[in-house]
Ligand binder design. Sequence first.
Ligand SMILES: [Zn+2]
Length: 493
Amino acid sequence: MQLYKSQTLKVYNSLTSKKEIFEPINEGHIGMYVCGPTVYSNVHLGNCRTFMSFDMIFRYLKHLGYKVRYVRNITDAGHLENDADEGEDKIAKKARLEQIEPMEVVQRYTVDFHNTLQKFNLLPPSIEPTATGHIIEQIEIIKGILEKGLAYEVNGSVYFDVAKFNESYEYGKLSGRKLEDMIANTRELAAQDDKKSPQDFALWKKAEPQHIMRWPSPWGDGFPGWHLECTAMSTKYLGETFDIHGGGMDLKFPHHECEIAQAEASNGHAPVKYWLHANMLTLNGKKMAKSTGNNIFPNEMFSGENDILSKPFTPSVVRFFMMQAHYTSILDLSNEALLASEKGFHKLMDSLELLDKLETAPASDFDVATWKQKCYDAMNDDFNTPILIATLFEAVKHINLIKEGKESIAEADKNALKETMHNFIFEVLGLDHKLDAQGDSDKLPGVVDLLIQLRNEARANKDFATSDKIRDQLAALGIQLKDGKEGTTFSVS
Ligand SMILES: [Zn+2]
């Protein structure tokens, strides 16, 4: 029997502002769409947190036995500088500044995105479609919305008619905004603006002669509006209505609001059952921004090359730190918080080693079955990873007491404890002990070779006290030196 049949999962739905019992549209199957990155710069740590949150959600849904189709797109065209309908395309601008092709920009930062997410041990999505790969689908959606009279064409651009849409549907229901208020609070349209109203948004933008990223369409050469790609790709791969749509909190308005409007205008019904939004990451209590210097990139954390943290931190420690907050809460990153997480992470990993070596007894003092359900209860409560981690540390406490001989555990309980700890730590939270050690083991041969050299120098100087000390202390660490004809080699036990 699949686990999901015995667990009641609740999720916080941004659309209803309520925690709801999660029931997929098709039993046993889940369609999940998450807005991916615009690949015009190295991926931000804040974005990493968002994708890590949905990776944890993806992992838990799979752990529960659901078949999940997880679609996360790559925005490689159409995202304009000010997130609205004006300014330069973010990718085209970068290409112009660096004097390279836009697709070189896309390739460079897509590779960076994948590398970084892999370091954080994120699972790849089931499908990772690109905006430029779905221009035809986007044009088809625009045609449909035009036919329904909910969009209009002006000078080679097509705009969504928000006021017209609002007559039959409700624009603003996700972000809790009312169209009347939006109209009252917006500036007048500039004289050169083609839109009928400031609330209207572009489905298709006419390409100016200097614009490199352009495609032919029934309205002339142009490019799609940013919001449209997600409607096109989610509908194509997950259907007109699917279970979960996720993204950063900052995308709720206008991006997700526009996605809902586009899908409802095209298909006549709501596209998504549960809208999930991940919250942002701050640094030392302030918003991260490149312009103020209050910013750090993942690679700078791993290498230690930054002015903000006292030492390098491994991807596993950073991931553990991220998982210590609920995905809907703001999380503040600081040196102290990371140091504390590092300690906690190692304590958790050490307890797994201890657990392996525990002696068993005929009976248990630790009620493993109840504890195990507590782990599920935490995750069933809108993926509450901080409560899950606190529950895992309850087990750590018992493991230590059993080790000290103050409590006992039976064989079957020990096995259940081990399996549950491994499932939640590695499979659900996505932590990776091996990754954590990788950075150090890479450097080991170089360090030992250096010590062999120092030992050879000591022996050449007849300083046998030093040469023996190096050999013996390495042996104490499990590193054996072997002197042979070809020189000294080493092995690690
Ligand atoms: Zn999107």
